[in-house]
Design a protein around this ligand. Structure first.
Ligand code: CUA
Length: 155
């Protein structure tokens, strides 16, 4: 079917507008999908020191050989950075960042997460083997990235 030149132009503009519209919707949906599911998972990174439980970082016994370990990461350290736990302990880590994105990986375990400012990151691990476990930042976070670490002693 024959079409006048200007009719084709209108079709192109209409199609272009539709694509633009769909991509805006798509981008919004994508952004919404990456919003944390609930408020207790978020934290104001500027107020970490005054927000529970991060106002008192450290190890807390919550059951039979079960602990909650609240840790704060910032360039270029973890607080606390020297932790002692009994062999066989199950540890529920809760970690946030006061500044930039850091990594949180425990050598010789499958613990490996990204610590994003504004978010509370949780992971649980049971330490069945005694030994010294190194917590490493495995996300590049600046000049002191290589020295950013902490230690867990399991005995
Ligand atoms: Cu913190 Cu790399």
């Amino acid at each position: 079917m024959h079409m006048h030149k200007y009719e084709k132009w209108w079709l192109l503009i209409g199609g272009g507008t539709l694509i633009l519209f769909l991509s805006i919707i798509g981008v919004s949906a994508f952004a919404m999908g990456h919003t944390p599911p609930s408020d207790h998972m978020t934290i104001n990174p500027a107020k970490v020191d005054e927000t529970a439980p991060f106002n008192e970082p450290g190890l807390k016994k919550i059951g039979e050989n079960e602990y909650e370990l609240v840790m704060v990461s910032q360039a270029f350290s973890f607080t606390p950075n020297d932790i002692q736990i009994p062999k066989g302990a199950t540890v529920h880590f809760k970690v946030t960042s006061k500044d930039v994105v850091h990594g949180f990986a425990i050598a010789n375990t499958n613990v490996n997460m990204m610590i994003t400012p504004g978010h509370i990151n949780s992971i649980t691990h049971t330490f069945d083997e005694a030994g010294s476990y190194l917590i490493l930042c495995n996300e590049y976070c600046g000049a002191g990235h290589q020295v950013m670490s902490a230690k867990i002693e399991v005995s």
